[in-house]
Write a protein that binds this ligand. Structure first.
Ligand code: GRF
Length: 195
């Protein structure tokens, strides 16, 4: 199976996925694609020997369809069977998502269905939650929803700030996403539940 990974920033999740696809793993990375030419993950991908591409969303202003018509090209050219969103910070329309129905994953830093959208760690702290975490789900037309493929839980500790909590969650993201991808690439959709 060939995997395209979409990023917008540092790409730590992308790198854990790339590094996990070795040996008898049924998948290999075929593309790292970013909407941000300055994404730190692009350099990491090049160093890892993975093909990269950039489709900057800014020239398209609010025209999501026009941006996505460009964004889809390198993914199709790469021959990707699976698309992994990993710190990809653009909302995708149902038109784009429908091209990858049942073969596009996303990692989100909350225990979905709680806290879809942004600032999830601050919201969990504000709510006084005793636990928080991250989720991997199949991408559907509704933002941060879709069939759950994995979840990892972390405790919320006294004195946690959003950054401290985010770091604790990110550590679990790096365990969860590769575990989910390995099963998913083997057509096993049994949820991975950690912590
Ligand atoms: C992470 O906080 C993750 O929860 C979200 O994007 C952020 C950056 O991830 N999906 P990465 O380091 O770019 O993979």
């Amino acid at each position: 199976k060939k995997v395209a990974i979409l990023i917008s920033g540092g790409g730590s999740n992308m790198m854990t996925l790339v590094n996990s696809m070795t040996g008898d793993h049924p998948a290999r990375p075929c593309l790292v694609l970013s909407n941000n030419a300055d994404a730190g993950g692009l350099k990491k991908a090049v160093e890892a020997g993975v093909a990269t591409a950039v489709v900057d969303h800014r020239p398209f202003k609010g025209d999501r369809q026009a941006f996505e018509a460009e964004l889809v090209k390198p993914i199709l050219e790469s021959g990707a069977d699976i698309v992994c969103l990993a710190g990809f910070m653009r909302v995708l329309t149902s038109g784009f998502v429908s091209q990858f129905q049942g073969r596009m994953l996303n990692i989100h830093p909350s225990l979905l269905p709680k806290y879809t959208g942004l600032h999830t760690h601050a919201r969990a702290l504000e709510a006084g939650d005793a636990e928080h975490g991250c989720s991997v789900h199949e991408v559907t037309a509704v933002l941060d929803e879709g069939p759950l493929l994995g979840q990892a839980k972390v405790p919320v500790l006294a004195g946690d700030t959003p950054d401290v909590l985010a770091a604790r969650v990110l550590e679990q993201e790096h365990k969860l996403y590769p575990a989910v991808l390995r099963r998913y690439a083997a057509n096993d959709r049994t949820p991975v539940l950690l912590g």
